[in-house]
Design a protein around this ligand. Structure first.
Ligand SMILES: [Zn+2]
Length: 394
């Protein structure tokens, strides 16, 4: 029976070992050199510091994850660990068992790399409390530490702290989205509480932005809330939207939706849009120039008698919860870059029949807004819409 030391020695005889100097020179050439550098150490070792640009595939997950990190088996793969033993064994596995043509191990590991004076990348770390709070995210490969950092760095603007905005705000806060901007000029009313779950009975009469802020802070102190107790209009839309990564549209009226559309196309910001009425909901993601915009989908506003925003309308209390959860999901996907966002697709939800229908939606080559270069969209053109009072009266 061979000893562990024998196995390591045999592995090193069968694979190619490369000096840290050569790996460092690869890095200096950029990523076009066709080599993937893989750190096979444990999570806590990788998080302490690693070779800049290295991908992390712990040796315990080598077989199941290496093809995600290095899909091209003819490509050069350089593995390293702390001292060069684990990476030698891992390289042997890639070469002998998984068919990698050029799996190599870096001599001396990151210890020798550091001794040579080469730079290491020290990733930002979560605090112990954050590690515990986001532990169920850290366990999903699509999110993980990197995705959680992206969420903490993200700035999301919520248009409205009402039916849709409430659940979106609470769940994005819980998920650790670092900055939540909220635009709403309303105060909490008793008739809101049937569905607007960010607000409470004892906060009737309080500004919705203040009430929402209180609920968010109670869930997650990591989140910074930026309050805009105002209505979005042509005079403030550019300034408010500009600093955010993703916009969540829960507006209850068409003029605001058109205005938001035009400004976000100009600023090239993605909008996660939902609307609700009765038992029915709609959802789509408008990512400028990647898919259609709101005006491609709705070139003209609906006839006034069908416009839900001209007066109070009935809505099933849980419906904004359903649609808001789908919005929050799309926001997180956009931030961490996971999955297929709902771009160019319109999702229709009918609660009474409990059916989801998906429609493909295309960019309109004649769209008055997104058929043009963003720079050519003048500020005085934004949000062009028939006079609203007249529109609703008609
Ligand atoms: Zn368009």
């Amino acid at each position: 029976m061979a000893s562990g030391a024998d196995l390591i020695r045999q592995a090193k005889e069968q694979i190619n070992e490369v000096d840290p100097r050569e790996v460092h020179e690869l890095g200096a050439n950029g990523s076009s050199n066709g080599a993937v550098v893989v750190d096979v150490r444990e999570q806590h070792e990788f998080e302490e510091s690693h070779v800049p640009g290295a991908v992390h595939v712990p040796r315990g997950h080598l077989e199941s994850r290496i093809e995600g990190a290095a899909p091209d088996k003819s490509e050069r793969v350089v593995l390293y660990c702390a001292s060069g033993n684990r990476s030698a064994l891992a390289a042997q596995t890639l070469q002998d068992m998984l068919g990698y043509e050029s799996a190599e191990s870096m001599t001396g590991g990151i210890t020798l790399w550091k001794d040579r004076g080469y730079d290491v990348e020290v990733p930002r770390a979560l605090t112990a409390e954050q590690r515990q709070r986001y532990s169920r995210h850290l366990l999903i490969p699509e999110i993980g530490l990197e995705g959680q950092m992206k969420l903490l760095d993200a700035k999301v603007l919520l248009l409205g702290a009402g039916g849709l905005g409430s659940p979106v705000a609470l769940y994005l806060a819980a998920a650790g989205v670092g900055t939540l901007g909220i635009v709403d000029d309303d105060d909490v009313d008793l008739s809101n509480l049937q569905r607007q779950v960010a607000h409470t009975n004892d906060r009737i009469g309080v500004a919705k932005v203040d009430s929402a802020e209180q609920s968010i802070n109670e869930i997650n102190p990591d989140v910074e809330v930026v309050k805009y107790k105002t209505r979005l209009d042509a005079g403030n839309v550019m300034e408010i939207v500009e600093g955010y990564d993703v916009i969540v549209d829960g507006a209850d009226n068409f003029p605001t939706r058109y205005l938001l559309n035009d400004a976000t196309v100009r600023l090239q910001k993605p909008v996660v849009s939902a609307s609700i009425l009765g038992f029915d909901g709609q959802l789509s993601v408008f990512k400028p120039y990647d898919g259609p915009c709101y005006r491609c989908l709705y070139p003209t506003p609906p006839p006034a008698e069908l416009a839900p925003s001209c007066g109070a309308n009935g809505v099933l209390g849980v419906l904004p919860g359903t649609m808001g959860m789908l919005q929050a999901t799309e926001v997180i996907k956009l931030i961490v870059g996971a999955g297929e966002p709902l771009i160019g697709r319109l999702l229709l939800y009918e609660a009474l029949s409990e059916t989801f229908t998906e429609l493909k939606v295309k960019r309109d080559p004649a769209c008055p807004i997104c058929s043009r270069d963003p720079e050519s969209i003048a500020e005085d053109e934004m949000g062009k819409f028939p006079d609203y009072e007249a529109f609703c009266a008609g």
